[in-house]
Design a protein around this ligand. Structure first.
Ligand code: NAP
Ligand code: HSE
Length: 436
C-alpha cells in the first residue's frame, strides 16, 4: 500500500522526537499499520537540523504554509506550539482537507470549538493525544476505553515541569529557580515556562479532559488557575510532617450544581498513588460509575514520550483513511450535537477540605478564637497543631479542615485575618482525599 505522507511543522523537541520515533520504529509501525509513514515534508528555520533528523528524501521548507497546502501531504503534524501561527496553520490545513495531529493543548483549550467545528465541516480528523499528559494514552482512554461510563471526576498530575520542581524541592531541598532551569534544559518546559509554573498548561489539559469526560465545549476561560510559584517551602515541610504531599493537581468533577474545573497546589495523603508520582512523571485518576477508579501513569513530557503519542495518532488516522467517515470516534468523545454547555461552578461553590497556616500571637485564648471563627462558618476542624514560636511571641498554627464549601472557609479566613492577635495573611491550600 502507498505510504502515508506526513508534513511536520517545526523541528523543536517534539518535532524531532516524532521524526526519531518514525525512524527508529519504522518497521514495527508498518507491521501494525500495513503501510509506511513517510516524512514527506518539514518546515523549519534550520535546514541542518532537518537534514540530521529526517530521511534524505524529505522536502524541507522555511514556509510552514507550504506544508499545510501541499497536495501530497495527507496528515499535518502541528508541533509549533502557541496560538498565533499554529492556529492559522491548523485551520489552513483543515481547509485544505488535511487531517491534523497536534500536541498543542493551548490551541485546543482556547480555540478547540473553532478547530473541531471546521474539522467536522471539512470531514477531517484532528487528533491530540500528545496534548494531555505527554506519552500517557489518556485521550484514548477517555474517548474510547471508558465510553460505557458516566465519568464522575478526573484528578491528575498533568504538568511534568511543576511535578519535577516540587519533587526536587522536596527530595533534595533544591531551589525553585535551579530546578526550573534544569526542566527547561531537559525539554520539559513550555517555550514560556510561566505557563507551567502558574498552572496554565495544566489548566489547558484539564479543560480538554473535562470536555471529553462530560460532553461540554472546551472552556478554558472558566478554569480556575493557581500555580506553584507562590508555594512556601514551609508548607511542603509541614504537609509532610502531617502525612501529606503537595502536588499541582488538575481537577474536574461533575456535581449536582455544576462542573468543578480547577488547577491548584493540593495536599494529598501520602498513601495515595498520586502522591507518589514524582519527577516529570504524570498520572491521571479517573473515577467513573461502572468501572470505578482507574489510574494512568507515565512520562508527561520529553521528546520521545510525547512523540510516542503523536505517532500513535498518525497511525490511528492512517488506519481510517478511506473508511466510512460516519463511524469515526467524535473529536470530543460525544456526538457533536450532544456536546452541551454546562454550568462551571465558581470557586466559592466548590467543596474541598483545607490546610490553613496562621501566624498568631502565642497568648491564651487565640487558638480558641480561631476555632470559634471556623465553627461560626460551620467549618469543622480535623486537626490543629501549633508549630512552636517562630518569631518572638508569634506562633505558627496549622489547621486541617474537613470538607466544606469554599466560601465558608474564605469567610472564616477573613475573620481570622481581622484578629489583632493574627499577623499577615492566612495561607490556604486545598486538600483532596480522593475518596469520592
Ligand atoms: P519547541 O521545542 O519550542 O519547538 C517548537 C518548534 O516550532 C520550534 O523549534 C520551531 O521549529 C517551530 N516554531 C515555533 N514557533 C515558530 C515560529 N513563530 N516561526 C517559525 N517556527 C516556529 O516546542 P516543543 O517543546 O517541541 O513543543 C511543541 C508543542 O508540543 C507545544 O504545543 C507544546 O505545548 C507541546 N508539547 C510539548 C511537550 C514537551 O515535552 N516538550 C509535551 C507535550 C506537548 P524550528 O526550530 O525547526 O524552526
Ligand atoms: N510543559 C509541559 C509539561 C509539556 O511540563 O508538562 C508537556 O505537555
Amino acid at each position: 500500500m502507498k505510504p502515508v505522507n506526513i508534513g511536520i511543522l517545526g523541528l523543536g523537541t517534539v518535532g524531532r522526537g516524532t521524526a526519531e520515533v518514525l525512524r527508529a520504529n519504522a518497521a514495527e509501525i508498518s507491521r501494525r499499520l500495513g503501510r509506511a509513514v513517510n516524512v514527506f515534508m518539514v518546515s523549519t528555520r534550520d535546514e541542518a537540523k532537518a537534514r540530521a533528523a529526517c530521511p534524505p528524501e524529505t522536502l524541507i521548507t522555511t514556509d510552514p504554509f507550504e506544508v499545510v497546502r501541499h497536495p501530497e501531504v495527507d496528515i499535518v503534524v502541528e508541533v509549533f506550539g502557541g496560538t498565533e501561527a499554529a492556529k492559522e496553520l491548523v485551520l489552513e490545513a483543515i481547509r485544505h482537507g488535511k487531517h491534523v495531529v497536534t500536541a498543542n493543548k493551548k490551541l485546543l483549550a482556547e480555540y478547540g470549538s473553532e478547530v473541531f467545528a471546521l474539522a467536522e465541516e471539512k470531514n477531517v480528523m484532528v487528533q491530540f493525544e500528545a496534548a494531555v499528559a505527554g506519552g500517557i494514552p489518556i485521550i484514548k482512554a477517555l474517548r474510547e476505553g471508558l465510553s460505557a461510563n458516566r465519568i464522575r471526576s478526573i484528578a491528575g498530575i498533568i504538568n511534568g515541569t511543576s511535578n519535577f520542581i516540587l519533587s526536587e524541592m522536596r527530595e533534595k531541598g533544591s531551589a525553585f529557580a535551579d530546578v526550573l532551569k534544569e526542566a527547561q534544559a531537559l525539554g520539559y518546559a513550555e517555550a514560556d515556562p510561566t505557563f507551567d509554573i502558574e498552572g496554565h498548561d495544566a489548566g489547558h489539559k484539564i479543560t480538554i479532559m473535562s470536555a471529553l469526560a462530560f460532553g461540554t465545549p472546551v472552556n478554558f476561560q472558566a478554569c480556575y488557575l493557581e500555580g506553584i510559584s507562590g508555594l512556601d517551602s514551609r508548607d511542603i515541610k509541614y504537609a509532610e510532617e502531617l502525612g501529606y504531599r503537595i502536588k499541582l493537581l488538575g481537577i474536574t468533577r461533575k456535581t449536582d450544581k455544576g462542573i468543578e474545573l480547577r488547577v491548584h497546589p493540593t495536599l494529598l495523603p501520602e498513601s495515595r498513588l498520586l502522591a507518589n508520582v514524582n519527577g516529570v512523571m504524570n498520572a491521571v485518576r479517573v473515577n467513573a460509575d461502572m468501572v470505578g477508579e482507574t489510574l494512568y501513569y507515565g512520562a508527561g513530557a520529553g521528546a520521545l514520550p510525547t512523540a510516542s503519542a503523536v505517532v500513535a495518532d498518525i497511525i490511528d488516522i492512517a488506519r481510517l483513511l478511506g473508511a466510512d467517515t460516519g463511524n469515526r470516534v467524535p473529536h470530543l468523545a460525544f456526538q457533536p450535537s450532544q456536546v452541551q454547555a454546562q454550568t462551571i461552578l465558581p470557586m466559592d461553590e466548590i467543596v474541598s477540605s483545607y490546610y490553613l497556616r496562621v501566624q498568631a500571637q502565642d497568648k491564651p485564648g487565640v487558638l480558641g478564637r480561631i476555632a470559634n471563627l471556623l465553627a461560626d462558618q460551620n467549618v469543622s476542624i480535623e486537626a490543629l497543631i501549633q508549630k512552636g514560636v517562630v518569631n518572638g511571641d508569634t506562633a505558627e498554627i496549622v489547621i486541617l479542615t474537613h470538607s466544606t464549601v469554599e466560601k465558608h472557609v474564605k469567610a472564616a479566613i477573613a475573620g481570622i485575618e481581622g484578629m489583632d492577635t493574627v499577623n499577615g495573611k492566612v495561607t490556604m491550600i486545598r486538600m483532596e482525599s480522593l475518596n469520592d
